[in-house]
Design a protein around this ligand. Structure first.
Ligand SMILES: [Zn+2]
Length: 566
């Protein structure tokens, strides 16, 4: 198999962590997993080229391609605020993805090896418009590129995305040399040239796999196949209503791979809007490499695994651990006057060391793609805390701004010593709040979309400094909620309350819930109640049994939260 992948497949959208939007790390996660499992080696990964306007022009109208110059066009397609579309970077990502599908199609015809492009299957893009995260129709562009080079074979497209292939039908529905087969979970009416099966809401593995078998039996003889291995058929998908299991989706892909054995084929991820979406993409790789039905462990966290792996290749001496003890260090150790010169964060990290870490973990490359340059770290002290700030120039306004601000100290809590976060702010001063990007309580400026990376990074800092974990005081409900899986409140009473609050607000959307809590609109056992920013900790080594589980359960059962009428 050949895998087409580029780090720039991650969409440069700082708002992508909120709302129903895309899983931006899907390609990174899947490729990392396939390398780790030795399903592929680095030689099997190919970096695509940005697709040319000449190639796009064989499918899309000049007026539509012109409209890409307006940020509003892509903002509309990706359902983000126009302030989130930075320069040409989003367009470059889309063109790279399309380039990947074209390269995969050429490659599979040349070598006979299956091609897997890890960002593609944009089936809602029509010649003159885009929609639903699809700006250009990469399958149609690839077929037109092959035709321009003399390929005359019949082409099949098997579209297993939850949504109907309206764009592909508009591009190719009249082309007798292309056969379009689709299984969808919703109907958008009759689509020209599409053999479509629509399954009812809630349909599961058995029903779906029967439909797959039937569709495959109707597929004519073809010389090249595109497979849209959509992940939005999974149960719990934010934009889908089918109910497949991960095992069911894998069996779908095995069934298809067996039917296509020996045929030139290109696999594409298309849609997928759940935290498990990357597992479907990685699963395609496992099918093509090993014919494997082996599930991916449920609790496997590809981001943590990736960043841990990078951490092992960074020496402490790269980060600032200076073996030469200076006079200032001695004063510092003795608790005397701190040196006036450039500080080190927690007596360890130099500004250069933090810049190096942020670069290696991929945060600075992403922040550059969001439109900032001249990124550099400044370390100083503010009150009792060490402060590190990442500053950068906004390439549009030329103004310097703070992009990351972190205040920390070592703090003893209970039995352990923790990396205590007094303040952490990820800021994108270019972005604006809007209906698509609502302001959270306590937020001055929209974020960078890097909260998960930052959480991992802080955990790795605690590890590097041989601390027991990370501690912080969530000022708002949504901050504690975001940390709920790995972290807990220090006291059993507070943790029990928090678990009861999550239980009682489970049907309220998070944005509403955090506002209601912040506004004092939530009562505890029919009494007015106020959120307190107590200490939460995220241990490096999670104890298998919580010693105070009983006390937590007792408090959880005692607490009943309710939303008070306005
Ligand atoms: Zn879809």
């Amino acid at each position: 198999m050949r895998v087409f992948y580029d780090e720039a497949f991650r969409l440069p959208l700082s708002s992508a962590e909120l709302g129903p939007a895309i899983e931006t790390r899907r390609a990174d996660d899947a490729v990392h997993y396939l390398l780790r499992e030795h399903a592929i080696d680095r030689q099997a990964i190919f970096q695509p080229e940005v697709i040319s306007y000449e190639a796009l022009g064989r499918v899309h109208t000049p007026e539509y391609l012109d409209a890409f110059q307006e940020p509003a066009t892509l903002a509309h397609i990706f359902a983000v605020d126009a302030s989130d579309v930075v320069g040409d970077e989003l367009l470059r990502t889309v063109r790279l993805g399309c380039g990947g599908t074209v390269a995969a199609a050429h490659s599979t015809l040349e070598t006979g090896l299956p091609g897997l492009n890890t960002f593609g299957g944009f089936h809602h893009a029509a010649p003159d418009r885009g929609a639903g995260f699809c700006a250009v129709n990469d399958m149609a562009v690839a077929i037109a590129a092959l035709r321009a080079q003399g390929f005359s074979g019949r082409v099949g497209i098997l579209d297993f995305d939850f949504h109907p292939p309206d764009g592909t039908s508009a591009c190719l529905g009249k082309d007798p040399s292309v056969w379009l087969g689709s299984i969808s979970g919703t109907s958008w009416g009759q689509l020209e040239g599409v053999d479509e099966t629509v399954l009812p809401e809630g349909a599961g593995d058995t029903e779906y796999l029967a439909a797959v078998g039937a569709l495959l039996s109707r597929m004519p003889q073809v010389g090249l196949v595109f497979v849209l291995a959509g992940a939005d058929v999974l149960a719990g998908d934010r934009l889908g209503t089918l109910a497949l299991s991960l095992g069911g989706v894998r069996r779908r892909d095995l069934l298809v791979a067996h039917r296509l054995a020996g045929l030139p084929q290109v696999w594409l991820p298309s849609g997928g809007y759940s935290t498990h979406a990357w597992k479907v993409l990685a699963g395609v790789g496992l099918v093509l490499a090993f014919d494997s039905e082996e599930p991916i462990p449920l609790d496997y966290d590809p981001l943590a695994s990736r960043m841990n792996g990078i951490s092992r290749t960074i020496a402490s001496s790269d980060l600032g651990d200076d073996p030469i003890i200076t006079e200032a260090d001695v004063f510092g150790t003795l608790g005397g006057a701190r040196r006036d010169g450039p500080h080190r964060l927690l007596n360890f990290y130099t500004p250069e060391g933090l810049e190096y870490a942020l670069e290696r973990y991929g945060l600075l490359p992403l922040i550059r793609r969001l439109g900032f340059s001249h990124l550099h770290v400044v370390i100083d002290r503010i009150g009792a805390y060490d402060r590190a700030r990442l500053l950068g120039l906004d390439s549009a306004s030329g103004q310097e701004g703070t992009l990351i601000e972190l205040e920390v100290e070592r703090r003893r809590l209970g039995e352990g010593t923790f990396l205590f976060i007094n303040w952490l702010s990820l800021r994108n001063p270019r972005a604006a709040f809007s209906a698509l990007r609502p302001q959270l309580p306590g937020q001055e400026v929209p974020g960078l979309g890097l909260a998960r990376e930052m959480t991992q990074l802080l955990g790795l800092m605690a590890k590097r400094l041989v601390l027991d974990g990370v501690a912080f005081r969530p000022s708002w409900y949504h901050m504690a909620f975001a940390a709920r899986h790995g972290a807990r409140f220090v006291t059993a009473v507070r943790q029990g309350q928090f678990e009861a609050l999550m239980r009682d607000l489970r049907d309220v959307p998070l944005l509403d819930a955090t506002r209601l809590v912040a506004d004092g609109r939530v009562t505890l056992n029919d009494r007015p109640w106020k959120w307190e920013a107590d200490e939460m900790v995220r241990f490096r080594e999670v104890p298998a049994v919580q010693p105070d589980a009983e006390a937590i359960a007792l408090e959880r059962d005692r607490c009943r939260f309710a939303v008070a009428p306005a």
